[in-house]
Design a protein around this ligand. Sequence first.
Ligand SMILES: NC(=O)c1ccc[n+]([C@@H]2O[C@H](COP(=O)([O-])OP(=O)(O)OC[C@H]3O[C@@H](n4cnc5c(N)ncnc54)[C@H](OP(=O)(O)O)[C@@H]3O)[C@@H](O)[C@H]2O)c1
Length: 288
Amino acid sequence: MARHPTDHVLLIGASGMLAHAWIKLMDERGIRHTDVDIPDFDLTREPSIVKHVDERYTMVVNCAAFTDVDGCETKYALAEKINGTGVGDLAKRCKHVGALLVHYSTDYVFNGQATTPYTTDDTRDPINAYGKSKALGEELIEAVAGEHLIVRTSWLYAPWGKNFVLTIARLAREKPTLKVVNDQRGRPTSAEHLAATTLALVEKDARGIYHVTDGGECTWYEFAQKIVELAGAKCDVHPCTTAEFPRLAKRPAYSTLEIIRTEMKVGPMTPWKENLKSVMERVTGAGK
Ligand SMILES: NC(=O)c1ccc[n+]([C@@H]2O[C@H](COP(=O)([O-])OP(=O)(O)OC[C@H]3O[C@@H](n4cnc5c(N)ncnc54)[C@H](OP(=O)(O)O)[C@@H]3O)[C@@H](O)[C@H]2O)c1
C-alpha cells in the first residue's frame, strides 16, 4: 500500500517554539507523531540520527536548530554542526529510510541588500554566522537530493517560547518607553500559521524550497507598535537605528521573503496584523 507523508511523523526539536505549534496541529488533525529533542536526539551525533530515524516514519519534520543568532558568532563550530552538517546527515538518513524531510530555514541566508522581496531562486549570501550555518544546511539537503521540502521563514512568534512579541509585551508593561529599530524590514510569521501552511504544502506535494511568512511586511518598530497597542499598554514606542543597538551578529537590513510561489500553491497568507491579534488575545487573556 502506498505510504502518505503524514502516516507517521517524526518531529525533531520538540521543545522549541515552532515544534509546539506542530504538536498542537498534529493532535488537532489526528496525525500520528513521535517527538524527540536533545539530549535523547542530538543532531550533532550521526549515531543518534541513525538510531531515531527509521523506516517507520513517512515524514521527518526538523524544527531543531541553533537559533541564537548572536551566539552563533562565538560558537560557530557548534552552529555549523547543528544547522549545517547535522542537517546533511539527517537528509542522508531520511533518503535511506524513504521519509520526506521537511526542514526550516531563514531569511538570514540572504545579504539584505535587496529592495524587492527575495525569491526562492535568489542566491544565498549570508552576512552572519547563523545565516552561513543555515545556508550550509540547505546546500547539503540539496546535495543529498532525497525527497525534501525546505521552508524559509522569518521573525517567528507564538503565544509560547522565546520571541519578540512576548518580549515586547512584557517590556511594555514594565517600562514607560521603548526604542525599537526602524531600519530593518521583513515579514513576521506566526508559528501556528507556519506549521499549518507547511502541512498544506506537503499535502499539495510541494517539494524543494518554499517561503512561508505572514502576509504584509513591516519594520521591527512597526511590529512593536502594534504589539503594544494590542497589549493595551501605556508605553511609548520610539523608532531608532540599528547603529544605536550594536549586536554581535550583523542583521540584514531588508529580509522580506517573496511568498507568491507559496500563495499560488496553497492560497493567500494571512496578514501579520490578523495573526498577531489572535496571538495577543491569548497572551493578554482577552480572547477568553
Ligand atoms: N525564531 C525565529 O525567528 C526564526 C526565524 C527564521 C527561521 N527560523 C527557523 O525555524 C526553525 C524553528 O525555530 P524555533 O524558533 O522554533 O527554534 P527554537 O524554539 O530555538 O527550538 C529549537 C529546538 O532545537 C533544539 N536543539 C538545539 N540543539 C539541538 C541538537 N543538537 N539536536 C537536537 N535538537 C537541538 C533546542 O533545544 P535547546 O533549547 O535545549 O537548545 C530547541 O528545542 C529553526 O530551523 C530556525 O532556524 C526561526
